[in-house]
Design a protein around this ligand. Sequence first.
Ligand SMILES: *Cc1c(COP(=O)(O)O)cnc(C)c1O
Length: 393
Amino acid sequence: MAQSSDIRWGTLAVRGGEPRAKASDAVTTPIIQSATYAFKDTAELTRYFTGEIDREEYGRYGNPTVRAAEQKLAALEGAEDAALFSSGMAAVTTALFELLKAGDHVILTSDCYRRTRQFVTRFLAKLGVESTLVEPGDAQKLHAALKPGRTRAIIAESPTNPYLRVADLSLFTRARDACPGANLIIDATFATPINQRPIAQGADLVLHSCTKYLGGHNDLLAGVICGRAGLVSAIRDLRGVLGSVLDPQSAFLLIRGLKTLPLRVQRQNRSALEIARWLETQAKIRRVFYPGLESHPDHAQAVKQMSGFGGVVSFRIKGDASKLVDACKLATIAPSLGAVETLIEQPALMSYFELTTEEREAIGIYDDLVRLSVGLEDVEDLIADLSQALETA
Ligand SMILES: *Cc1c(COP(=O)(O)O)cnc(C)c1O
């Protein structure tokens, strides 16, 4: 499998980014629950504003607990810097506001996160930003869509929801290289830095919804942008204007979650592969979508580009998917993914409830499709739960 086996994930996750000496001799990074920060005197204020000293000023511009979480994320992602936000969407919208102006052009893959597409095609369009959607594997269309001098952002996601398509990142870096001034943004939420390292593969910015694997416990909302220091710093400055800051309590929970990220993801990779293989042997299953399976259209690309296949498995059943989902006793019906609790959902209902079956089928979302986000329960129990639920479907 691709790269990253030489990265010391455990050490980076536990120690990365956090200063060795912490406030009050604490071993863990404390929650600094303060909206504003005191200056000793006017001389200190002057030294701060002239850049002689680096310190906190006001909560909308920074917080020490949030800063520690950002540095740990940058260390894990192999990025120069990272900026945290109050949600994944706050990270997306703030980054795009910083990068784009009226007259600019954005390319998005047609299967990238639905709310990101909505923001660009509906909202940024009103501000004069043009966009083109391209099918993820179509190199020709991607190059045809480039508008040199105007294309400022190329946004792709890998793996994608719900079919876990793995995009060849080199297609996107080549397109970016053909278009000076364009930034390649990869939403790597489904992969985590443990399974895929887009910066090492040439991306300018990497985006994660930390609500998913990075937080990992279904108890916080957060989003992060990682990348070159200058670019991240400009996006952070805009965060101070837009106000989409992460609170220190959530930053603390995120740091706590990140310490076990490698353990969690490695276990989720293993359990998901085992469940995907088991599902493939079941008579009531129509098709399983998991990049670790030889039957997945992007298996070869995943082997080349990723160091693990992730914890999400999608499958279509011969029967009533709602009955299967309702009969699960362990897997919980809920949106989201990536945490310790196994979650199950029908994308047709959870994400496309407002469409008719025909409209959903036109965009490839079938009523018999189920998405499973594999958690940390024992895999034998998860398989037993799915097995009894399948009988009812
Ligand atoms: C959840 C998600 C987001 C949005 O993140 P929030 O934290 O929910 O705002 C963006 N991209 C992907 C791939 C996601 O799964």
